[in-house]
Design a binder for this molecule. Structure first.
Ligand code: PMP
Length: 394
């Protein structure tokens, strides 16, 4: 049986991690995989997470199963964090999932269960795993225009024009904040226009929010998701705690389904529990439990928020420094968009050849589409990168 298997394509970003590891140069700079790193290149455990783990070790007296949706307190805490009071609580069903990826997969499963003919719209470009999972599931994927690759901004007119093709029953995937891979985001007003269009078309939005707190702050980053939730009769939200709690390997995510009427919530909840049961049964508990402890303990929450804000401001500072260095070196405002992009990534518009040249000549590792992880920089490496971009990019 196993000899019948065909080799699968390697994940490009994970392959890049391997190349970086093999590079013997000590001046090399890793701007590849989407993991937050501090100035010394380390991915720290957040203080509040450590404190919650310590407390959990003391008080946890059983490792028995939780429920198929995970601990309901986690669903409540995440609903409050992401949706706040944009919808009434009785319209929201929630299940814990293995990371944000698990939530996205379960969202696609739920959409297909509700509409076997569902078509899924994704931005061009989007996080490659969206497309990969949809292809694997055999769901039709449609792309809507998103990025103006020349000016490195959102091409909103083109986006709206392509979304005209949306049909009733389609699922439209939107990045709630900090678009991956581009770093270019819609304004709140533009999100409102997209909501109006989806309403007119009778399509359902799936919001993927994986970087809340990394862009403009916890509430600002959730503002688009909350606006969509308040305007649309129903919506799916896939949220990840990997980045904003720094608990990547614990696999903490949540899928929320907002129904038009509270009467439908048990149906959505039961379907999501069922899907968890079929795919992995009980979701991981450790990460979600830490998140719940932090979000429900005022002191831990305050400390988490303070540390997250330091992380966010650190990345913003690096963006500003890089844009400034590039302004000086290119004598132009061509790269000013880097300071306006938000989140961990920016796509800088370099060609695949230029990306390769920067890797070979300068040991700078960014993804082939010229997405770079801002958190892979520090104040010493920013000028090195600026020099490499200025001399390489035509
Ligand atoms: N959505 C987007 C846009 C992402 O960038 C990521 C992480 N790279 C995820 C979802 C899922 O992250 P995780 O499964 O690690 O929580």
């Amino acid at each position: 049986m196993l000899t019948n298997l065909k080799p699968q394509p390697a994940d490009k970003i994970l392959a890049l991690m391997g190349l970086y590891k093999e590079d013997p140069r000590d001046t090399k700079i890793d701007l590849g995989v989407g993991v937050y790193k501090d100035a010394s290149g380390h991915t720290p455990i957040m203080r509040a997470v450590k404190a919650a783990e310590k407390k959990l070790w003391e008080v946890e007296d059983s490792k028995s199963y939780t429920g198929l949706a995970g601990d309901p307190a986690y669903g409540t805490a995440m609903r409050d964090l992401v949706l706040a009071d944009s919808v009434s609580a009785d319209r929201v069903a929630a299940v814990a999932t293995p990371g944000g990826t698990g939530a996205i997969r379960q969202a696609f499963e739920l959409a297909r269960m509700a509409n076997p003919d569902v078509r899924v719209w994704v931005s061009n470009p989007t996080w490659p795993n969206h497309v990969s999972i949809l292809n694997f599931m055999g769901l039709p994927v449609l792309e809507y225009a998103y990025f103006d690759a020349v000016n490195c901004v959102v091409d909103f007119d083109a986006m709206i024009a392509s979304l005209q093709g949306v049909k009733a029953g389609d699922l439209v995937l939107l990045h709630g904040c900090c678009h991956n891979p581009t770093g270019a985001n819609l304004t709140l007003e533009q999100f409102g226009q997209v909501a109006d269009l989806l309403l007119e078309k009778g399509a359902t939005a799936l919001v993927d929010i994986a970087y809340q707190g990394f862009g403009d702050g916890l509430d600002d980053d959730a503002a688009a998701t909350r606006l969509l939730a308040s305007k649309l009769p129903e919506m799916l939200v896939a949220a990840s705690c990997s980045k904003n709690f720094g608990i990547y390997r614990e696999r903490a995510g949540v899928l929320m389904a907002i129904s038009e009427k509270a009467e439908t919530t048990p149906l959505a909840q039961g379907s999501m529990n069922y899907l968890n049961r079929q795919n992995f049964s009980f979701p991981p508990d450790h990460g979600p439990r830490l998140v719940t402890m932090i979000l429900t303990d005022p002191a831990l929450k305050a400390d988490w928020m303070a540390e997250l804000e330091e992380v966010r401001l650190g990345m913003l500072g690096l963006r500003e420094q890089l844009a400034k260095e590039l302004r000086e070196r290119t004598n132009s405002d061509r790269f000013d968009f880097i300071a306006r992009h938000r989140g961990m990534f920016s796509r800088i518009g370099a060609s695949p050849e230029e990306v390769l040249e920067m890797r070979e000549k300068f040991g700078i590792y960014m993804v082939g589409d010229s997405r770079m992880n801002i958190a892979g920089l520090n104040s010493v490496t920013v000028p090195i990168l600026a020099q490499a971009i200025a001399t390489t990019c035509k």
